[in-house]
Write a protein that binds this ligand. Structure first.
Ligand code: NAI
Length: 318
């Protein structure tokens, strides 16, 4: 058994170079935790300005963490602390290269993680190109929340080397990553994705390619059931949220959570699932959710959803 394990380890390319597509909120977070874990990272977006914006965001996050990390040292020597902070930030951000060139970004990739727009056509188009330009051994992973990884993989000729790596927002803070295997994902690919998830210091769970994987398959219907209670007038929104916070110890009630995630996002997830699985009643659309979205009440980000959010006070200048 040992020799076959060793042979497998040798046959497999260890993951050193990670290329991430999409320098938005999720992609930048994934790039940050990958660089912190010591990987060489390429962060790709449609323009180099967008990719660089992603890196700038990472830099300020890492710098903030570094200030906390060296706060003790700063009490005795501000100069030494500043120097340690600078080195720490440089070491991490120095491992990340921003680019808008697909071919060179994937030429030496061992793992590619896609975190671009949640649109099946756009993702398939990208995976077709990744399949054409990434090395044969490279694993292609998607961070999709609501699409089928199987459908994304179908654009490639390496379905055994495609899987889901579903991170949670914000990536540097949230501990979980779901490792999604399709019917075609090989054992080696699955094992490599699990190892990668652990190496970026996440708790990993494995699951099949079913709608919402584990977390969203439970959370989205919970939120929809809460909206249906509200629609029927079974309880007020405040009471529904208070019930789940104080009766089930959830950190946020389901309606608050919807506002936090974005009602537009929730609505589009549920629309997609309802179309693909019309018989699953838990995925039925909700008139109230549809109405709020048509009124552009998306939750926190627009200032109103189920609740009204006063505009954030301007940050004090530093
Ligand atoms: P975002 O809108 O912040 O970032 C997406 C980025 O991808 C943008 O910078 C865009 O310019 C770039 N992009 C679009 N097409 C591209 C292409 N062909 N090549 C390179 N870059 C391209 O979106 P966000 O929130 O980061 O989500 C990204 C993915 O992560 C989606 O699939 C989403 O479902 C998934 N996800 C999102 C979560 C969230 O809470 N926001 C949680 C877990 C997964």
């Amino acid at each position: 058994a040992f020799s076959s394990l060793a042979a497998r380890a040798e046959a497999q390319h260890p993951i050193k170079n990670v290329t991430i597509f999409g320098a938005g909120f999720m992609g930048a977070g994934i790039a940050q935790v990958s660089a912190e874990a010591g990987y060489n990272v390429k962060l790709v977006d449609v323009s180099s300005a967008a990719a660089e914006k992603g890196v700038a965001g990472i830099k300020s996050n890492v710098a903030r963490d570094a200030r906390k990390k060296f706060a003790e040292l700063a009490k005795t020597s501000a100069e030494q602390a500043a120097e340690s902070e600078r080195k720490h930030v440089e070491a991490i951000v120095g491992r990340i290269q921003a680019t808008d060139k697909l071919e060179s970004a994937v030429a030496e990739a061992d793992l590619v993680i896609e975190a671009i727009v949640e649109n099946i056509k756009v993702k398939q188009d990208l995976f077709r190109k990744l399949d054409a330009h990434a090395p044969k051994h490279a694993i292609l992973a998607s961070n999709t929340s609501s699409l089928r990884v199987t459908d994304i993989a179908s654009a490639t000729n390496r379905r055994d080397r495609v899987g889901g790596l579903h991170f949670f927002s914000p990536v540097p803070v949230m501990k979980l990553v779901e490792i999604v295997r399709t019917d075609d994902t090989s054992n080696d690919t699955h094992a490599a994705l699990l190892d990668f998830g652990k190496s970026v210091k996440k708790v990993t769970v494995s699951c099949k390619d079913t709608p919402g994987f584990v977390v969203n398959r439970l959370l989205v219907p919970l939120m929809l059931e809460a909206i249906r209670m509200l629609e029927r007038g079974d309880a007020s929104k405040e009471d529904i949220d208070a019930a789940m916070k104080f009766g089930a110890n959830h950190p946020m009630g389901p309606l608050e959570l919807g506002d936090f995630v974005g009602l537009d996002v929730c609505h589009s997830i549920i629309e997609g699932w309802h179309q693909s699985y019309p018989d699953v009643q838990l995925f039925n659309p909700s008139p109230l959710l549809t109405k709020l979205v048509s009124e552009k009440k998306f939750g926190r980000k627009t200032g109103e959803g189920f609740y009204v959010y006063p505009p954030a006070a301007p940050k004090p200048a530093k």
